[in-house]
Design a protein around this ligand. Sequence first.
Ligand code: HEC
Length: 106
Amino acid sequence: MKNYIFFFLKIFFITNILILPSKSDPIFDLGKDVFLNKAVCSSCHTLADAGSNAQIGPNLNEIRPDMMRVITTVTNGIGVMPAYEGQLTADEIEAVSYYVSIAATK
Ligand code: HEC
């Protein structure tokens, strides 16, 4: 009986460690949604986590921008990339930047 309980405790802790950290980050999830659906960054950029392989802008898995660099770029635009200030809320810009800075290193 004791072993039985330990077995379930172990399963519980292992699933928490493996699954919850990647599933319980609402800002990461919002950022991914902005990347794919709202701002459609995926139409110009390759990012493995988002499953996109567009070639118009730089490959984000290669340049691995930090969060501040993405915020600046998305807010102001750069070259042919449009500025998103006014189209995305400040929260959405922050979320997509958070998402890209983490997802690019995966
Ligand atoms: C219309 C195509 C297009 C879309 C849509 C687009 N980008 Fe870009 N992006 C580019 C191009 C082109 C560049 C390179 C610009 C240059 O260096 O002149 C770039 C550059 C960047 C850079 C690197 C900036 C630097 O410091 O060199 C980042 C980060 C980036 N984009 C993130 C995003 C994110 C996040 C989104 C969605 C909110 C997005 N892009 C949407 C085309 C696009």
